[in-house]
Design a protein around this ligand. Structure first.
Ligand code: SAH
Length: 253
């Protein structure tokens, strides 16, 4: 019987994929691979599996969302098992929810296999525990992209005093930092940006919020990166940071 899976490939390091994910991948006839998925994880796919890249990186044209769902439907209806591979966790900013809805609407059951989301893995890769109880009562995952539901209420987020973990925030980092400062967040708040976390090319910047956007831009950091803002960022390992010039004991505020 053909099956469909929505699989989280984790943040990049192949060993951070789950056993369940690798086992499902080994059964798939067709694998639809997203942006940000480390192609090395395809070592778990069958040698004869059909691999389709639907992401926009790596020189491949991006496939519109509707086209991806249409391909999944077509394969399942033709009796083929389909694994849809996404970076991190399929249900965290990955549009996995929309794909599940579309498949359900067509009467197709889809099994979801979690992955380790970049919002936890990237901070952890440099020693940041996002909910260390001495610094925060919780963590908020947000998109910095500004698309979809419009601009975030940054003041409301600041008021929670929780750790802020921002996905897709690099292009608007200046505006985001300015909005947080305008909402009353201290310019001394420890902040981190981690690019290509858990991969060999991982790089990161540590700075205080007041200098953060400039420091990140001087270091030339870009996407994909996770931004962490809050006292927990003071626990990052400054040792390998590309630019930690302002760190000198990034104590939490
Ligand atoms: N579903 C994914 C997120 C998809 S949105 C997950 O759960 O991780 C894409 C954003 O994720 C990127 O813009 C970046 O902010 C973040 N991201 C994904 N992989 C990353 C990595 N290895 N290092 C840093 N950020 C990453």
């Amino acid at each position: 019987m053909s099956r469909a899976w929505l699989i989280g490939a984790g943040p990049g390091d192949v060993e951070l994929m789950t056993l369940k994910a690798t086992r499902a991948l080994a059964q798939a006839d067709v694998v639809l691979v997203d942006d940000l998925v480390n192609p090395d994880v395809l070592q778990f796919a069958r040698a004869d599996a059909q691999i389709v890249y639907v992401g926009k990186r790596g020189g491949h044209p991006s496939t519109p969302q509707a086209g991806i769902v249409a391909q999944m439907l077509e394969h399942v209806q033709a009796g083929r098992s389909v694994a849809r591979l996404k970076g991190g966790d399929p249900f965290v900013f990955g549009r996995g929810g929309e794909e599940q809805q579309a498949l359900h609407a067509a009467g197709i059951r889809v099994d979801v296999i979690n992955g380790i989301t970049a919002g936890i893995a990237a901070p952890a890769a440099i020693g940041i525990p996002v909910t260390h109880r001495d610094y925060a009562q919780g963590v908020v995952f947000v998109t910095g992209h500004g698309a979809g539901s419009g601009e975030l209420d940054w003041a409301a987020l600041v008021a929670t005093r929780m750790t802020l973990v921002i996905y897709m925030g690099m292009r608007r980092l200046n505006d985001i930092a300015a909005a947080l400062l305008a909402a009353g967040m201290s310019a001394d708040t420890p902040s981190a940006a981690i690019e290509s976390a858990t991969r060999p090319e991982q790089r990161y910047v540590l700075a205080r919020l007041g200098e953060f956007a400039d420091t990140v831009s001087r270091a030339g950091l870009g996407s994909p990166a996770i931004v962490v803002i809050g006292g927990v960022a003071s626990l990052a390992l400054a040792r390998d940071a590309v630019n930690a010039s302002t760190v000198g004991g990034l104590d939490a505020q």
